[in-house]
Design a protein around this ligand. Sequence first.
Ligand code: SF4
Length: 454
Amino acid sequence: MSSLPPVSPKVGFVSLGCPKALVDSEQILTQLRAEGYETAKSYDGADLVIVNTCGFIDAAVQESLDAIGEALHENGKVIVTGCLGKKKDSAGDDMILKIHPKVLAVTGPHALAEVMDAVHLHLPKPHEPFIDLVPAHGIKLTPRHYAYLKISEGCNHRCSFCIIPSMRGDLVSRPIADVMLEAENLFKAGVKELLVISQDTSAYGVDIKFRMGFWNGRPVRTHMTELVAALGELAKQYGAWVRLHYVYPYPHVDDVIGLMNGGHVLPYLDVPLQHSHPDVLKRMKRPASGEKNIERIRAWRALCPDITIRSTFIAGFPGETEEEFQHLLDFLQEAQIDRLGCFAYSPVDGATANQLANPVPDEVREERRGRVMELQETISRARLQAKIGKTLRVLIDAVDRNGGTGRSAADAPEIDGVVYVKPPYEPERKLKVGEFVDVTVTAADAHDLWAKVE
Ligand code: SF4
């Protein structure tokens, strides 16, 4: 007698927030699939919906609350996870349950086990899990050819404008063998670019006193430099790239720069500096604020002339005087940072910076942000113009009738510019997503490049 195959329960998923939240989403989706759940493409088709939230700035909080409201309205069975799950309102009550009391369960970020417990309670596991359906690299939300690799969770710093440590806790580094295994699985699955993320990549291993681990039968310390060296070797075997994000300018970063000349660890450093003036940095309680950043940047460029430096800054932090702001503009002029984001200071609920004296009026914060971006536009345009005529290796992200769009070593996905690539004049030669091509740069504006295949 034949029996019908069991129907798998379906879970809808809404993923909001930063790359760290994205990695949490991927882990939950991977676990769901491992246990035999299916993912639903619409609210209608789902038996339950999980919303992974962001609680960083007010706009993100609102977006998350709206997404929860929509999921409740369209589906009715909703579990909430992510940073907003930790947030309390002014009366100390759980913010989400106060606004959306019908939510089935709420967890904080990085809470795979709790989320799965809630799923099991409200949508029991299918009887026969199709464990074999899970690819070794798990489920990725990014395109197949690049992926984020989270090496730690939480943060030991207490920057006065940030509430991440209160939401995600102190630094917890992942064992180096686990990180390397995940990297290898991703490369085996066809990933061509691995983006290393954490709250503070330079601090990797501090919490476990740089414990010795093993990879490929060899001892490797849980330390940023050793991790990057091992990832670089692995990337070389697979002809792939490794890109580093959220690096603080501690002295050992100089050793990492030395590893960038080989081509697989990209000569790209995402260093969130936030300001240049020592008094502002002190008020911000920034890590590595005592470092002489201009000298560091000069040293990095001497060690690796092709390095691209990306950074973010805050304009109009409480107490910022015109003189302190001018210090920032002078710093930027001198540092010639390649890729820059600047935010007007925005008070985040629960951040200690809100108590600082002399808040800068809204319009001044915005005006200062505008001045930074104007200066940066000039710097960026000149730096990109200097690339015209040069040869670059580009990873193709998308193809269309006119050619393709890709990124060079200088461009991280989503946050930097792109390279528009004209294919070679051979009708049968089409560009492919995930392919590396060498191109010659033919034009540039302040953000992007145009190039033709060599
Ligand atoms: S380093 Fe500062 S800004 Fe970054 S997560 Fe830690 S406390 Fe927040």
